[in-house]
Design a binder for this molecule. Structure first.
Ligand code: GTP
Ligand code: MG
Length: 377
């Protein structure tokens, strides 16, 4: 199994050599894992690349990519692509060079991939994980980007820690499905975007608690400089775009539901005119809507999570089970309503039950159980 560690560097000459040594010494305990270390340096003025080149002489598993200064996101996009296409990685493990994420924790991440998870994220926000030594400014930055923007605005809830670099990602059928060429993130918004892109591949996520320490040597790149403001604007933009992309699927869901509604109304009306019980008629009409909804949602609303032909029958059965609850909701509301207000009121009760019960319930159930993304727990 080939693991490629991707280390972006900008002015990390005191750290990069120690980082390479540490990854290799930890790797010795796991002879089945073949470790490669890909350093992506933006021609750091402090000569980080020269240190890396020296280490390459003794360590044949180190590769250096040099590029112009563009930001962390661009360095990672290039690193991920290179690890997959040129180095044949089975797993990629990006990490910072500064030892804040302890590289000795990487076997814990790889073991999660061995257990069947596709993305194992080193996390400060699950029980056992924590941060040491952040000042208020650093904490504020993190809370705004991680909690306010990533969790609430973007709505990326596959993990609780969105901002870190350290994670293990399976390449086959997961990372190789992500279109990295379309990703344009220059700064740290890359971390949120890649989680979102991975969620669309139906990846199974988990978080591994770790302690995030203070930087060993060198300076943090987070602070008031021209990249900082560019990166923040990009992060806000990104969070909103993710939200809009996710809402687009809600919008499509409502249109599909509208078509289902027309089908249901038509079928129900015909059955009621044939003197069938209104509750039963509306329920039969609802099954017509279910079939139409399943087909259209699969082809359109959730096309990014499309169900393949092998699973389509079992998913359709599940879809019906979820929908039975929706049918019962409508049947009961229409049955009770028409009992008190007469058969003529069937339509108004059907609409009320759809708007207030069926739409919210079904969207939740479909996105959680039918066209789901895997979430631990
Ligand atoms: N290639 C490249 N690497 C970068 C760039 N900016 C940051 N890095 C590297 O990305 C990693 C994380 O950067 P840090 O400055 O430590 O940022 P951080 O860990 O989010 O913030 P702190 O907690 O304040 O250290 C380090 O290895 C940096 O050297 C960049 O523009 N290009
Ligand atoms: Mg750091």
């Amino acid at each position: 199994m080939r693991i490629v560690h991707i280390i972006p560097t900008y002015n990390e000459k005191e750290n990069i050599g120690k980082m390479i040594d540490m990854i290799n010494s930890v790797g010795k305990k796991y002879p089945k894992w073949e470790n490669m270390i890909l350093v992506v340096d933006d021609h750091s003025p402090d000569g980080t690349a020269n240190v890396a080149k020296k280490y390459m002489e003794k360590n044949k598993n180190v590769i250096l990519l040099l590029k112009k200064k563009e930001g962390l996101g661009k360095a990672l996009i290039l690193g991920y692509k290179y690890a997959m296409t040129k180095l044949g990685a089975d797993i990629v493990i990006p990490n910072d060079a500064d030892f804040q994420w302890d590289p000795a924790d990487y076997p814990k991440l790889v073991k999660k991939i061995d257990e069947g998870y596709d993305v194992a994220v080193a996390s400060r926000h699950v029980s056992g994980g924590k941060v040491l030594g952040w000042n208020w400014f650093r904490k504020l930055n993190h809370d705004v980007s991680n909690t306010l923007l990533a969790w609430f605005v973007a709505g990326v809830r596959e993990v609780k820690d969105h901002a870190g670099n350290f994670k293990a990602i399976r390449v086959k059928k997961i990372l190789d499905k992500v279109d990295l060429d379309r990703m344009k993130n220059a700064g740290f918004s890359f971390q949120l975007q890649i989680l979102y892109e991975l969620s669309k591949t139906e990846a199974k996520f988990c978080e591994v608690p770790v302690v995030f320490k203070e930087r060993r040597f060198g300076k943090s790149k987070i602070g008031f400089n021209r990249y900082y403001f560019r990166d923040i604007v990009e992060y806000v933009n990104n969070s909103i775009s993710i939200r809009l992309e996710r809402s687009a699927s809600f919008f499509k869901y409502v249109i599909v539901g509208g078509i289902g509604f027309l089908i249901q109304t038509f079928v129900s009306k015909i059955l009621i005119l044939s003197s069938l019980n209104p509750g039963v008629s509306v329920s039969v009409g609802a099954e017509g809507a279910i079939i139409s909804n399943f087909i259209l949602n699969n082809l359109w609303t959730f096309s990014h999570k499309k169900i393949n032909s092998k699973r389509i029958v079992s998913k359709f059965i599940q879809f019906n089970l979820v929908s039975v609850v929706a049918i019962l909701m409508q049947g009961v509301v229409v049955g009770v309503g028409t009992h008190f207000f007469g058969v003529g009121s069937w339509f108004i009760f059907m609409v009320l039950s759809i708007v207030f019960l069926v739409i919210p319930y079904s969207y939740f159930a479909y996105s959680r159980f039918i066209w789901k993304t895997h979430i631990k727990g």
